[in-house]
Design a protein around this ligand. Structure first.
Ligand SMILES: *Cc1c(COP(=O)(O)O)cnc(C)c1O
Length: 389
């Protein structure tokens, strides 16, 4: 441990004054800017708020359970896990489903159980920035594998990377964030066969995938080292509830019970999530609209002559810009917040309502008309991903 220098009086304490873990020094936290502007298209939320009927049911559920808040919640969230298993289908039961405060907590529990000092996790980038952050936060070595130029995964190269590094955990994100790319079952199956340890398929955006896109859930039978994670934060339009979940072999859930905090999922979270599952037809009813807006967005961005990644999610990655920060900032001046994420010349826009998308396209047209930030030349590329995104 680095010795901590004495702090001179009368100056603010800095992070580096504290005896923080050596491997956390110099790191950046997750930080999507939360700026209050009229059009926020930067964190892939569903733009449609819950209906009055859903809000009333939520209020009723909270009122019902509030009388027992002196007691701890159901530690194992059995009723919710039964609901989620029924939603997922594929013959799953509650014993194969686990839930936590957002899929980020699910991922953290996976890292705590299957990663740790001396262990490693491999992901194929550009991908979700929280995978390396959660991995290194659990003192696990992060290995950055690469996606292809079209942001897909070549099964042969993925297997070669696994054989070279022998990671304890492999992350596959499908559809991938920030590129929108869905993986074929062939790639997932080959990775599961090659991986010496656990394989996590992060399906946070699965409900937005084009019709016919298979879920890795179908590969669970006979693959006890496969974990499929999902969330209520995106298609389910419940980001504020903080509810993520996974499906896996019951033995995987036994492992997670060793590391989870007791009573990690509050009574109110469990109640809200159960109401959300009960209202799933309504909540997921916006998905078709968002998919149509997404496809329209891809088409319009291509009409500008931009490079656009095909998307199976509720966002679109587009570029390439000599100075993407200038484009991001110019859009912000027009009241539109998108995300600087992914390879350095690209930007990501989340799909909002029709009105929000109209505002985005209008602002982008204005920005492209007056600036020389116009696309850098060249085919869509696979540059080094950003560290904090
Ligand atoms: C948004 C997102 C999540 C969701 O995280 P929650 O903690 O459930 O809100 C998980 N994985 C990916 C790839 C995401 O983009």
């Amino acid at each position: 441990m680095t010795p901590v220098p004495p702090v001179p009086p009368m100056r603010p304490i800095l992070l580096t004054d504290l005896p923080i873990r050596d491997d956390l020094r110099g790191r950046s936290p997750y930080g999507a800017p939360q700026i209050d502007v009229p059009v926020r298209l930067n964190t892939n939320e569903n733009p449609y708020p819950p209906s009055a009927g859903l809000v009333a049911d939520l209020a009723e559920a909270v009122r019902r359970d509030a009388g027992e808040l002196n007691r701890y919640p159901d530690r194992d969230a059995m009723a919710l896990r039964e609901d989620l298993a029924a939603y997922l289908g594929h013959g799953l039961s509650a014993r194969q489903v686990w839930a936590a405060n957002g899929s980020n907590e699910v991922l953290q529990q996976i890292l705590q159980a299957f990663g740790g000092p001396g262990r490693s996790a491999l992901g194929f980038e550009p991908s979700y920035s929280m995978h390396p952050i959660i991995t290194t936060g659990a003192s696990t070595r992060w290995i950055s594998g690469a996606r292809e130029d079209d942001f897909g995964l070549d099964p042969g190269k993925a297997v070669a990377a696994i054989e070279e590094h022998r990671p304890d955990i492999v992350f596959l994100t499908s559809p991938n964030n920030p590129t929108g790319t869905a993986l074929t079952m062939d790639v997932v199956q080959r990775v599961v066969e090659a991986a010496p340890g656990m394989v996590v398929v992060d399906e946070a955006y699965f409900e937005f995938a084009r019709t016919g896109t298979p879920s890795a859930l179908r590969l669970l039978p006979g693959n006890p080292r496969l974990i499929v994670t999902r969330t209520m934060s995106k298609a389910f339009a419940m980001a504020g509830t903080r509810l993520g979940y996974l499906a896996a072999d019951p033995a995987v859930i036994e492992a997670l019970l060793l590391v989870r905090l007791p009573y990690h999922l509050s009574t109110l979270t469990q109640a809200a999530a159960r109401v959300a599952v009960a209202h799933r037809d309504e909540l997921l009813g916006t998905v078709d609209r968002l998919r149509a807006e997404r496809d329209d967005c891809v088409r319009r961005l291509r009409e500008h002559g931009l490079s656009v990644a095909d998307s199976d999610a509720n966002f679109v990655l587009f570029g390439r810009f000599r100075d993407r920060h200038a484009v991001w900032e110019a859009l912000l001046e027009h009241g539109v917040l998108i995300r600087e994420v992914g390879p350095p010349e690209w930007l990501r826009v989340s799909v909002g309502t029709a009105q929000e998308m109209a505002a985005f396209h209008e602002a982008l047209s204005a920005v492209l008309a007056v600036s020389d930030v116009i696309p850098a030349s060249g085919r869509p590329g696979r540059d080094e991903p950003e560290e904090s995104a």
